[in-house]
Design a protein around this ligand. Structure first.
Ligand SMILES: [Zn+2]
Length: 466
């Protein structure tokens, strides 16, 4: 049975949806003011895998991922480019979709744009005002009052008094009654885009959009709320607070936060040079390598991005494709294999994809042993299991030979020669002819081929990919 680490309780809990076979999941999406970076790639691959696994478990999933297509950064970026805001955001959304498609991130079931939900946002702000959870500031903005919610701080596990003195909110804002109070409706300045509201021309604040959109599509209470770990405070704290104040119900039952991407031990930041956009990485690496790399660290842990580690992931993926090469994996008989049970066990344990990858590598080793024994039926059976389990995570979708050819600098003929030499080396090792074995290893190394002797097999890879 599936267990999920719930950020709200800070515990792994058995997953029980509100309606037995249905799941509602809301994930905070992209603010479309620039190209997507690798942090976006990691977060949305993680939720893509979670969505795929929930469906594999038999749940009827409604996956909602919003698009923030209006905010200060978008307004500034479109002004800088002298581009109309709609044309600008549509262009950015198009780029996001291209990147996500390349990464095999399936589209969510509903992908609401904030600008299409202004009416429901205005309705929710009006309810908050009526219930005295919000007030209108001197400059006409509608502001949420955190003091009006005794449960504020429960998600991020910080007390209101602590938060008020934290560095994050040192900026004194005399317009707000409390430094933690946040804007629900922002008055638009001249030339800024606006919508008419009972409080004049303006636009919604960031936090209210997710509360209003999720209620409109998934209802007052839904099963899973997700997003990047950087959204826990203040975005998710604020979302949860305003939703529970209006709805008088629990907001989301399970909160899932995807770990951040760190570069050189620092949080990735646009202002410094430790910043990678997805399409630059995807120019040099197959998208499955990046997907495999992101999933090889547990989703809750920070990922320390380096091209060296990316190359290591590429080697593991090559091992899997090599095992699948020259097999017939089209067999779609449902095997009650121990491997599938192990896969379920790992995924049921808070989506433990690194554990799943160790199962994949075990399967690849098994296939390689069977290849030596020339046991075609068993080879095809285990290759089919590996292929079908890989597909469940959105991996191993390429034709193995095509993948290996595209990724390798060697021709088919060279690969055959390398494999022949490896066979000779293995025989030499078997008869303890170490000098011969070492000579072959050194010769291959001079050609750029690295050999790795594992328990059951010897694998090789292109030095340039390692
Ligand atoms: Zn959100």
């Amino acid at each position: 049975m599936l267990k999920i680490f719930n950020s709200l309780t800070k515990k792994k809990e058995y997953f029980k949806p509100i309606i037995s076979n249905k799941v509602g999941m809301y994930v905070c999406g992209v603010t479309t003011y620039d190209f997507c970076h690798i942090g976006h790639g990691r977060t949305f691959i993680i939720f893509d895998v979670i969505a795929r696994y929930l469906r594999y478990c038999g749940y009827q999933l409604k996956y909602v991922r919003n698009i923030t297509d209006i905010d200060d950064k978008i307004i500034n970026a479109s002004y800088q480019r002298k581009e109309c805001i709609n044309i600008f955001t549509n262009r950015m959304i198009k780029y996001m979709n291209q990147d996500f498609k390349l990464l095999n991130i399936l589209s969510p079931d509903v992908e609401p744009k904030v600008t299409e939900y202004i009416t429901v946002i205005i309705d929710m702000i009006a309810e908050l005002l009526k219930l005295h959870h919000a007030y209108i500031s001197q400059d006409g903005n509608v502001i949420f009052s955190v003091k009006s919610d005794i449960n504020y701080g429960m998600l991020s596990k910080q007390s209101l008094s602590f938060l008020q003195f934290s560095d994050k909110i040192k900026k004194i804002n005399t317009i707000k009654k409390n430094t933690l109070d946040f804007v629900l409706w922002k008055t638009s300045k001249n030339n800024e885009p606006y919508w008419n509201s009972p409080w004049g021309r303006g636009r919604p604040g960031w936090h209210i959009e997710c509360s209003a959109i999720s209620r409109s599509i998934l209802g007052n209470t839904f099963d899973i709320h997700g997003g990047g770990a950087d959204l826990l405070f203040p975005h998710h704290e604020n979302e949860r607070s305003q939703s529970m104040c209006v709805n008088q119900r629990i907001y989301a039952n399970y909160w899932i936060h995807a770990g951040l991407v760190n570069i050189n031990n620092k949080k990735m930041s646009k202002s410094s040079d430790n910043f990678y956009i997805l399409r630059d990485i995807l120019k040099n690496y197959d998208s499955e390598i990046l997907r495999y790399y992101f999933l090889s660290t547990h989703y809750r842990h920070p990922l320390y991005f380096s091209e060296e580690n990316l190359k290591k992931s590429s080697c593991s993926l090559i091992r899997l494709y090599r095992a699948l090469q020259n097999t017939n994996f089209s067999d779609r008989i449902i095997y009650n294999s121990i491997f599938e049970l192990e896969f379920k066990k790992a995924m049921d344990d808070d989506f433990n994809t690194p554990m799943v990858f160790s199962i994949f590598l075990k399967l690849a080793n098994r296939i390689n042993i069977l290849k030596k024994e020339k046991n075609t039926m068993q080879i095809n059976k285990f290759a089919s299991i590996l292929k079908s389990l890989g597909e469940k995570l959105g991996l191993l979708l390429h034709n193995p030979s095509d993948f290996l050819k595209n990724i390798s600098n060697y021709t088919d003929k060279q690969i055959q020669e390398i494999e022949k030499l490896l066979e000779i080396r293995n025989i030499a090792r078997k008869f303890k002819k170490w000098t011969t074995a070492d000579n072959i290893r050194n010769y291959l190394l001079s050609l750029g081929v690295v050999i790795e002797d594992n328990q059951n097999e010897t694998i090789w890879y292109d030095k340039k990919q390692s």
